[in-house]
Design a protein around this ligand. Structure first.
Ligand code: GUN
Ligand code: ZN
Length: 434
């Protein structure tokens, strides 16, 4: 294969570590006039343009952006493909919202053509918003995952997804059985897990919609293949938590249900965790599990305020999730805007560099992919985005008053959305142009 080498010149910013662990100043690297060099889908160099240009061939292909910031592609650690068509459904909290809106909407994925149409819209929406990796819930139908992976494979995206396992407490038209869910998941794993940049996630929806037999088979699958992911929901809503206690009286709380069925581990991501207690955070951290913080969803569904400082105290891995369609935006910038307010309501701060970390390296760590994505370190995948300081008149005017990169970053995360994402690159290819 001929060597393809390209360089991108702009302001460049990426996370190096969690500010909660190393302090803000040591947590990031910023080049006011930076250069990012890409070779065959990987980053080969990053540095000050002045230094690097002197060492590169004079005829190298350089794209120079004025008034723009390059960052790593954003990472969404919790989102639902089949809820694309129901974002912003009025009036209910979690359990009634599922029955009234979610289950009927997901039932449409019985139709393969519908699944393919939505997968196309969904992936375009991720890329328009600068999201280059997502951990995705399909519907109960295997074709939802096939449609998603087929579309992601064409663009060589790094994506993780799984078919929902759900064998009780949902309408008949949307349930599988413990055995069929095991067989269907297995067939999807065989077809997709480890193909290109795709990975499979075993996906029991949440404890109330799985029998003990189904949860046991989910745990069994995790033991049968290396590096599989597991995704589910936990402790999002108080009524939900009481329901889990009633359904599993023999277990010592919600997390213990998943623990009993061997669903905790280094590639396990639990969405929400709004009402987790100290002991549960400690157990999640001890097993290397991660939590997806989903602020727009937690506000929209009235679920509550995620306690990020408690997660930090336990050194629990936390990623950021849009949770579309419980969440109200595909934009991780808008999700960070709400995350800041969730912290304000708890008397805490969310620094812009912690926000950057959550949306990039923190997500990569939650997914155990930090050696591939989440930073712009040489050797990693060339998944990056270009943010436009002049995306809207207000953003442009406001950023002219910003004095440093901290302020610029915070304003981008407060006023920014899909309009701010000028271009998105995956494996070195441009996959979105505004
Ligand atoms: N808990 C179980 N299923 C769901 C879902 O689809 N969305 C959210 N937000 N929570 C859930
Ligand atoms: Zn969810």
């Amino acid at each position: 294969m001929p060597l393809t080498r390209k360089a991108y010149r702009a302001a460049i910013l990426h996370s190096l570590a969690d500010p909660a662990e190393v302090g803000i100043e040591a947590s990031y690297e910023y080049f006011e006039d930076g250069l990012l060099v890409i070779e065959n889908g990987r980053i080969s160099a990053l540095g000050h343009a002045g230094d690097l240009l002197a060492r590169l061939p004079a005829d190298i292909d350089i794209t120079h952006y004025q008034d723009a910031l390059i960052t790593p592609g954003l990472i969404d650690t919790h989102i639902h493909l089949p809820q694309t068509g129901m974002v912003g459904a009025y009036g209910e909290q979690l359990l009634d919202w599922l029955n009234t809106y979610t289950f009927p909407c997901e039932s449409q994925f019985a139709d393969k053509a519908h699944a393919e149409e939505v997968a196309d819209v969904f992936i375009k929406e991720l890329l328009r918003n600068g999201t280059t990796t997502a951990l995705v819930f399909g519907s109960v139908h295997p074709q939802s995952v096939n449609a998603f992976f087929e579309a992601a494979e064409k663009l060589d995206l790094r994506m993780i997804a799984g078919k929902v396992m759900m064998d009780r407490n949902a309408p008949d038209y949307l349930t599988d059985t413990a055995e069929s869910s095991y067989q269907q998941s297995k067939a999807l794993i065989e077809r997709w897990h480890g193909k290109g940049r795709l990975h499979y996630a075993v996906t029991p929806r949440f404890a109330p919609t799985s029998t003990p037999e189904q949860l046991a088979l989910a745990g069994q699958l995790l033991g049968e293949y290396p590096d599989l992911y597991m995704q589910t929901h936990i402790s999002e809503n108080k009524q939900e938590i009481e329901w889990v206690k009633a359904l599993f009286p023999e277990r010592d709380g919600y997390l213990d249900v998943y623990d009993h069925y061997k669903l905790l581990g280094e590639r396990s991501v639990f969405a929400h965790g709004v009402h987790l207690c100290d002991e549960e955070c400690a157990r999640l951290a001890e097993t290397g599990s991660a939590v997806a913080f989903c602020p727009t969803s937690n506000l929209f569904l009235g679920s509550g305020l995620f306690n990020l400082p408690m997660a930090e105290k336990h050194k629990l891995n936390v990623g950021l999730g849009t949770d579309v369609g419980g969440g109200t935006s595909f934009s991780l910038l808008q999700t960070l805007n709400e995350a800041y307010k969730v912290m304000q309501l708890q008397g805490a701060r969310l620094s812009p560099f912690k926000s950057l970390y959550l949306a990039t390296l923190g997500g990569a760590r939650a997914l155990r992919l930090e050696d591939r994505i989440g930073t712009l370190q040489p050797g990693t995948d060339a998944d990056f985005i270009v943010l436009d300081y002049n995306a809207t008149p207000l953003l442009s005017y406001r950023l002219k008053q910003a004095n440093n990169i901290a302020e610029t970053l915070f304003v981008l995360m407060t006023l920014g959305d899909d309009r701010t994402v000028l271009q998105t690159y995956a494996a070195g290819n441009r996959v979105h142009q505004r």
